[in-house]
Design a protein around this ligand. Structure first.
Ligand code: DAH
Length: 351
């Protein structure tokens, strides 16, 4: 019917209606092929058939068809342009976002409370000039015990219930999971000349029946300073500064005598209870004593200085060991050490 010809007006109406309905890039491309396609577009065919029209109508009909063709091309171009503008607007977010929609939660991880506390302790000592040193978690008994004056069969070995590695070397168990970070006093001294000023953070392991204050895995921070003329007052000053930085500027500290095989004299350091301020109440943290034990320390035993190859007549030193879980418990009033390693997010998200 087309070749003979719908009227121009009818053709125009049909084409424009179809264009209005052509939704999307593909539909518009189809429309263009159908109406304006070079081979067999409907308008193309009509123009090609002009020769069949009566001679006297040919010129007017040709003009009208060409005008229609131009119109359809313009309309098509406008639609394309419109679609492009809208696509760009959508990309650049100009289509206004709905600010009333609920936001998408963005789950953020965080550092474990023990890691946070360890980092804070390390930062305090780093400011005082201590370098961080690390040693192995699987350790030789020779380092963990013998080198720090805990010989086999010495009752002091019972202070550390040990998790041994089953591998036998020359018929003996000689490797263990380190029970403390103290063997790194030796390792650090072996690797450098005095003066030595290091801290050694790390995990330690003990064969424990766990309870509110004992876990089989724990984190320690060992400290060691060796030089000519290092004295007990240097130890006290250093630990004083540490306690005040971590627990508050108005802290008081006290040293009690204690025994550790690797130091002489050995002490335990306590800080005044910042929870009850020794007000005589039945404080759960200090048990009413007004003092909280926070670490072990002392003057490095001369034999240990010698074990590391230094001259104990020239060099003296102090050492200390901080239990990081204990510090974290004090800091946040956590009453059971087992919370730390149960991976309960309800606990961990509080820090
Ligand atoms: N290594 C000891 C422990 O695990 C802690 C300790 C006490 C370390 C006194 C020291 C120290 O360096 O001087 O219980």
């Amino acid at each position: 019917m087309d070749a003979g010809g719908a009227g121009i007006d009818e053709l125009r109406a049909q084409a424009l209606a179809a264009l209005a309905e052509a939704d999307g890039a593909e539909a518009r491309a189809d429309w263009r092929a159908h109406w304006l396609g070079r081979g067999d577009g409907r308008l193309t065919l009509r123009l090609r058939a002009l020769g069949d029209a009566p001679r006297e109508e040919r010129a007017a009909l040709g003009k009208e068809l060409n005008e229609l063709k131009a119109l359809l091309e313009r309309e098509f171009g406008a639609r394309e342009e419109d679609a492009r503008t809208r696509a760009v607007a959508a990309l650049s977010g100009e289509a206004a976002p709905d600010v009333t929609l609920p936001g998408r939660p963005w789950p953020a991880g965080r550092l474990h409370p023990v890691t946070q506390t360890l980092n804070d302790c390390v930062a305090v000592f780093a400011e005082m000039g201590f370098r961080t040193f690390e040693g192995p978690e699987v350790e030789w008994a020779a380092y963990n015990f013998d080198a720090v004056r805990i010989p086999e069969d010495h009752p002091a070995r019972d202070m550390w219930d040990t998790i041994w590695i089953d591998t036998l070397i020359k018929g003996e168990r000689r490797m263990l999971l380190r029970t403390h970070t103290s063997p790194n006093q030796i390792r650090a001294m072996e690797r450098s000349e005095p003066p030595v000023r290091v801290i050694v953070p790390g995990k330690c392991y003990r064969q424990e029946a766990t309870d509110a204050t004992h876990e089989w895995m724990l984190t320690q921070l060992e400290g060691l300073a060796v030089d000519e003329g290092v004295r007990m007052s240097d130890l006290k000053g250093t630990l004083y500064a540490f306690a005040r930085r971590l627990f508050g500027e108005d802290r008081e500290i006290i040293f009690h005598h204690s025994y550790f095989p690797f130091v002489e004299p050995g002490v335990e350091m306590a800080i005044d209870c910042f929870l009850c301020r020794a007000d005589g109440s039945a404080c759960r943290t200090c048990h009413g004593t007004g003092w909280i034990e926070v670490l072990g320390a002392g003057m490095v035993h001369p034999e240990i200085i010698e074990n590391a190859g230094y001259d104990s007549a020239r060099h003296t030193g102090f050492a200390f060991g901080v239990g990081i879980e204990r510090v974290a418990m004090l800091r946040w009033g956590i009453e059971d050490i087992r919370h730390f390693y149960q991976n309960d997010l309800r606990f961990l998200r509080q820090f």
